[in-house]
Design a protein around this ligand. Structure first.
Ligand SMILES: Cc1cc2nc3c(=O)[nH]c(=O)nc-3n(C[C@H](O)[C@H](O)[C@H](O)COP(=O)(O)O)c2cc1C
Length: 271
């Protein structure tokens, strides 16, 4: 399977078949988590948890016992780092046929945080169930997917731009970067908001966050920056598959940006 095929075949799985996660899948997913890197080199601690043993629950998940969760210390770019690394795990699980769903909201957080032994100053941004999809989705899952239009994404030209934000990019003018950008387009995001915007400037790709209201907590934690980390992961994996060598940098090119749009990071051609 190519990377773009993997991205297109993944979907959030909320209705599982009730069977236990195979020990070999559990082991290789935990191994993937423990070795997953992020471009910010921020350390994250991962654990597999059991709903039964740890008293965990989610109103939207049916038929899964195993969950994966990660915790880290808040720092500049912790959100993007978490998004990048967790998405590596989600994609690896999908490649094994193991279903997952990113969850920041629909969980009994105190129980998960207890099971993660969250210490003072640590955060556990998201968790995911791990298991095998049931043949049929629950009614709740079907309704949720419709509510957020989970099977569609914004058009290419609404997300990606050619040199400046007033010029929509076409897949043709994106050239060799069209497929990595398509992989970004199909990434998962909180409430399917797709806050990533990318400006291609020559061979450099500048990533921005188009902020929606209500995603920044009073402490400054920005949930949509996790989505940007996911987008960076998809782009970087998409480029790697095409053999494009690029360097990750945080170096704002100073472009004129629309309202509520914040520069995040860039990939520039490797020397
Ligand atoms: C950071 C983040 C948080 C999310 N939180 C939840 C959640 O709390 N509950 C839930 O059911 N889905 C959650 N999702 C899943 C999204 O709703 C889902 O990825 C999106 O609707 C696209 O659907 P797809 O993953 O099937 O492509 C979250 C996704 C992300 C990336």
């Amino acid at each position: 399977m190519t990377f773009i095929e993997l991205v297109r075949s993944r979907r959030s799985v909320r209705t599982f078949d009730g069977s236990a996660l195979k020990p070999e899948d559990a082991e290789s997913i935990l191994n993937c988590a423990d070795t997953a890197e992020n471009p910010y080199a921020i350390p994250i601690e991962w654990r597999l948890l059991s709903a039964k043993k740890d008293g965990l629950s989610s109103p939207v998940i049916v038929g899964a016992d195993t969950y994966i969760a990660g915790k880290l210390r808040p720092a500049p770019h912790a959100e993007e780092a978490f998004g990048y690394a967790f998405e590596e795990i989600v994609l690896f699980a999908a490649s094994l046929g193991v279903g997952s769903t990113w969850m920041a909201g629909t969980l009994n957080r105190p129980a998960f945080e207890r099971a993660m032994e969250l210490r003072e100053g640590e955060v556990m941004p998201c968790v995911s169930p791990l298991g095998y999809a049931a043949p049929k989705m629950s009614l709740r899952e079907t309704v949720m997917r419709k509510g957020v239009k989970a099977d569609s994404r914004l058009d290419f030209g609404k997300l990606f731009f050619d040199g400046s934000f007033d010029k929509p990019l076409t897949p043709e003018s994106a050239g060799i970067l069209a497929v990595p950008l398509e992989a970004v387009r199909w990434a998962p995001s909180a409430v399917n908001r797709q806050p990533w915007r990318v400006v291609l400037d020559g061979k450099a790709a500048h990533f921005y966050e188009k902020k929606n209201r209500g995603y920044v907590s009073p402490s400054g934690w920005d949930l949509q920056k996790i989505d940007l980390g996911i987008a960076l992961c998809h782009f970087s994996r998409g480029m790697a598959e095409k053999g494009i060598r690029a360097e990750f940098v945080i170096d704002d090119p100073g472009l004129v940006t629309p309202q509520d749009t914040e520069y995040i990071a860039s990939y520039v051609p490797a020397e």
